[in-house]
Design a binder for this molecule. Structure first.
Ligand code: ZN
Length: 475
């Protein structure tokens, strides 16, 4: 391409290369390039080619795992090598050696991953752990503000690779926002089914803004997903819910990146919020594969934390894996408000293989933990805080030892649910009392004198929000 600038000689226009690029029109991929893709049923073991949209085992209907070639040992240097610059910089695709062999021409990336790990002694003290031994890996730093982008870059890339005409999901919010964004980048139409009136305004706004067709269902998430799965059985739709075997592959990189950040010296425990259990499932696969190729010499315990009002997996665990009962889900943590998690069998495998544990915490425990995570400057959406609330509960119960090192996974940014923030700080608790960490705006007279007196009071009070109403009263 050339441009003519005034009377000067034609110049060659600069084309950016090695950056995150999208053309809005997916490149057709020859099926012969997909020969390295296959999936294995976790129930009957049948291996099926992965060169087509596939969600369940064609023989028995069981859940599928993407097959990864882990034949030879790996070292930390195995990652990021031999990749084009934009793949090497993605916090997902730099781990391509342990991901499905999707052709590079089909890969839709937005530079996802590369999320920070915060070690904060105020959070450690809250959990009852030693200074320096509690950290949070913050997946809210992904392009659309949640961990879903890690799975979606793999799922949508696979959709492009197999020539999908439309991608779809049912969602409590974060998945729909992520799918909408990645489908837009890929240039494929997206349809999302959401439970009407039950997802946060921030997530709905993202999904609408990114251009997905939003379909509101009169019913909860579980009904929306069941409808979509039935539709997928009879229509040519690429399903991107976590039943999809390729999305968990991207979510594995949360763990691989965490281990790399820790110098491949694993923590004793990882706590993760549990809703549909895709992360619990993916984390187990990541830990298993990292161990199998010799990247780590021991496995951390994986602990899944559910909201008490949406805790079928925790109840299943408590029954000694004897009784699984779906339930009507009700919790302030909408991202994990799921009563019948589709990845339950995969997640059980993770808990068993890592000597893990499953627990539940109340909405009040989640919101108090969130208020602290927010107040130390990190911030997260309500569901994320289950990882800290769960750690605190299990330290108190002696399930996590006081000398253990623990990493909690934060799944989404504080901006995903601003209603929850305002309700916590402006409202009262169930007993009608102001919450301890409530940080209400302070009203003062519009005079320099009033502001100056308030300033002295705030400096004296220190950085932790105390009773701002009382502060104002001192003015
Ligand atoms: Zn099967």
């Amino acid at each position: 391409m050339t441009v003519v600038d005034g009377g000067r000689a034609p110049q060659t226009a600069r084309r950016f290369s090695g950056q995150i690029t999208a053309t809005g029109s997916p490149i057709p991929i020859d099926r012969s390039e997909l020969a390295g893709l296959s999936v294995r049923c976790m129930d009957c073991g049948t291996v099926t080619p992965g060169d087509r949209p596939i969600s369940l085992c064609p023989v028995c209907g069981g859940l599928l795992d993407a097959v990864i070639d882990i034949g030879s040992p790996m070292t930390p240097a195995s990652f990021g090598q031999g990749l084009s610059p934009h793949l090497a910089r993605s916090g997902v695709w730099r781990y391509r050696a342990l991901l499905p062999a999707i052709p590079e021409a089909a890969i839709v990336t937005q530079g996802e991953g590369n999320t920070p790990l915060y070690v904060d002694d105020r959070l450690a003290a809250y959990a009852g752990l030693r200074a320096g031994s509690f950290g949070v890996k913050h997946e809210g730093h992904n392009p659309t503000g949640s961990f879903k982008d890690r799975g979606m870059t793999v799922g949508v890339s696979h959709a492009v690779a197999v020539g999908a005409k439309i991608v779809a999901c049912a969602s409590t919010g974060n998945t729909s926002a992520s799918l909408a964004s990645y489908a837009a980048a890929a240039g494929i139409p997206a349809m999302v089914l959401i439970p009407e009136g039950k997802i946060s305004g921030g997530k709905l706004a993202q999904t609408i803004a990114y251009g997905a067709r939003v379909v509101q269902i009169e019913g909860d998430f579980d009904i929306a997903l069941r409808l979509l799965r039935e539709l997928t059985a009879s229509h040519d739709i690429y399903l991107t819910n976590s039943v999809n075997p390729f999305r968990p592959e991207g979510q594995k990189t949360i763990i691989l990146e965490l281990f790399e950040q820790l110098g491949w010296d694993v923590p004793d425990v990882i706590t993760v919020p549990g809703g549909n259990l895709g992360n619990t499932a993916a984390f187990g696969k990541a830990i298993d594969e990292a161990y199998a190729v010799g990247l780590i010499s021991r496995k951390p315990r994986l602990i899944t934390v559910q909201a008490a009002g949406a805790s079928p997996f925790a109840r299943y665990f408590t029954s000694g894996w004897q009784t699984y009962e779906p339930m009507h889900a009700e919790t302030v943590a909408t991202a994990i408000k799921i009563g019948d998690p589709v990845s339950t069998p995969r997640a059980r495998r993770t808990i068993e293989q890592t000597n893990g544990y499953v627990t539940m915490v109340t909405d009040a425990e989640i919101l108090d933990a969130k208020a602290l995570i927010d107040q130390v400057g990190i911030g997260c959406e309500p569901a994320s805080a289950a990882s800290l609330a769960g750690a605190r509960k299990l330290v108190a119960e002696g399930i996590i030892g006081p000398d253990d090192s623990v990493i909690g996974i934060l799944t989404g940014t504080v901006l995903k649910d601003t209603d929850a923030v305002m309700q916590y700080h402006m409202g009262d608790d169930a007993d009608g009392h102001r919450r301890q960490l409530a940080n209400r705006p302070i009203r003062v007279d519009a005079t320099l004198d009033a502001l100056a007196r308030l300033l002295d009071t705030v400096i004296e009070a220190g950085p932790v929000a105390t009773d701002n109403d009382a502060l104002a009263g001192n003015v």
